[in-house]
Design a binder for this molecule. Structure first.
Ligand SMILES: [Fe+2]
Length: 408
């Protein structure tokens, strides 16, 4: 096992993050615990030149950040954290920062007609622009990735205010998506320099979301291996698993997917591409509406999927419909689980098992008007896989939605 973290003493966020992740995981009848990704290397094939501590934030470019922020607070239980806009001296954009446990969202909207953010929104609709990664050394992260072929998005830059300083750098990835490396060991402000704390009188409670488990990228025909190679070569990731169109197909549609992971397993990026089927792949539908490659879904982890999904539904989040017949055979496939099957059925929660345990998951409908980005809610009880046994049921559910949209 290779340690890939610098001294915890130098990193004020380190202990807070680890103590939260090391809270006693759920233990019930099966004795299986929720998966807790620490900082030790668990992916043998990963390289160590780009240590990553976790996802720092995800930034979406949106048409109206104020109203999007309200949605993520009221429906998802994110908390108000920070703000930048006219009141903070930011003239060309407005950004709201929201957080729930380790998940930080930044919602940004342009304020001027000549802002390049307009073009992003015109082309893609609302969508993920930045997957920011928390690093111990942003200069080194930029040097190591650009010398391996990454296209620079932002050269290392130090930003400071009265709370300390951060160093940021960035590289391009698939489509118009970018990775920004954030080094924040010496920063104590609410988010980043330039942002002020956002105090709101409206603070709906959280819904039990803990951290980002994985983020999936959809890329075009024949491009999956290009980006798999990018994450292996440029970022040192290991390939965790590969699904071909025989694994991921229904009678009508198909796709292919490979899952890339950094060494400690905290950053996992499945990459999907469409495959030929009788009807249009959901990946092709995404590419058509997003006008290119981009983030398809953000999987967020919970320690109690029943409570989380119940709360999200109560607040208006819409999930894919799972037919009751799914539950007729699920126990034959997954064996003993801690949860009451009737309750899982009531909420449409899917179950799958691998060598190490099982997982519970379900998927929202797209959260935007274009059928592009959606969320997955996942609880891992020992299992570190991705729900292969649910692919068929999931894709048939998506096909029903495509049928309704006239895009199948
Ligand atoms: Fe997923």
């Amino acid at each position: 096992m290779t340690s890939i973290i610098h001294s915890p003493a130098k990193c004020p966020n380190f202990e807070a993050l680890n103590s939260a992740r090391n809270q006693p995981p759920t233990t019930m009848a099966t004795g299986l615990k929720d998966v807790d990704y620490g900082l030790e290397k668990i992916m043998a094939d990963a390289q160590d030149f780009l240590p990553l501590l976790g996802t720092d934030y995800v930034e979406l470019y949106v048409g109206n950040a104020k109203q999007s922020a309200h949605y993520y607070k009221s429906a998802w239980g994110f908390q108000s954290v920070a703000y930048a806009g006219l009141e903070t001296g930011m003239k060309d954009r407005t950004s709201y920062v929201l957080q729930q446990d380790k998940i930080r969202l930044v919602l940004t909207t342009p304020m001027t007609p000549d802002s390049p953010i307009n073009e992003h929104i015109r082309k893609h609709g609302d969508g993920v622009k930045v997957i920011a990664l928390w690093v111990p050394d942003a200069r080194k992260a930029w040097e190591e990735t650009t010398k391996r072929g990454a296209k620079s998005f932002m050269e290392p830059i130090k930003e400071e205010d009265e709370h300390g300083y951060v160093v940021k750098s960035g590289i391009h990835t698939y489509g118009e998506t970018v990775h920004i490396f954030v080094e924040r060991n010496e920063y104590k402000g609410p988010f980043l320099p330039g942002y002020k704390a956002w105090k709101s009188h409206y603070n709906p409670p959280p819904t039990g979301l803990k951290f980002i488990d994985h983020m999936v990228g959809n890329v075009g025909w024949g491009e999956m291996n290009t980006w798999v190679d990018f994450y292996a070569r440029v970022m040192g990731f290991a390939q965790l698993v590969s699904f071909d169109d025989k694994d991921i197909s229904t009678e009508y549609t198909a796709l292919m997917s490979k899952v890339m992971s950094n060494g400690n397993g905290r950053i996992k990026f499945p990459i999907n591409e469409p495959a030929e089927g009788k009807k249009k792949s959901q990946i092709e539908e995404y590419i058509d509406f997003y006008n290119g490659a981009g983030v398809q879904h953000i999987a967020v982890a919970t320690n109690n999927i029943i409570e989380t999904v119940g709360a999200l539904k109560d607040r208006g989040v819409e999930f894919l419909y799972v037919p009751p017949s799914y539950y007729d055979t699920v126990m034959d496939r997954v064996g003993e689980i801690d949860e009451d099957l009737a309750v899982l059925k009531q909420h449409g929660v899917l179950v799958d098992r691998d060598d190490e345990g099982y997982l519970l998951q379900l998927f929202t409908k797209p959260v935007l008007d274009r059928p592009t980005m959606f969320f997955e809610i996942i609880q891992r009880k020992g299992a570190k896989s991705f729900g292969k046994g649910n692919f068929k049921a999931l894709f048939e559910a998506i096909e029903r939605e495509q049928e309704n949209r006239g895009t199948l």
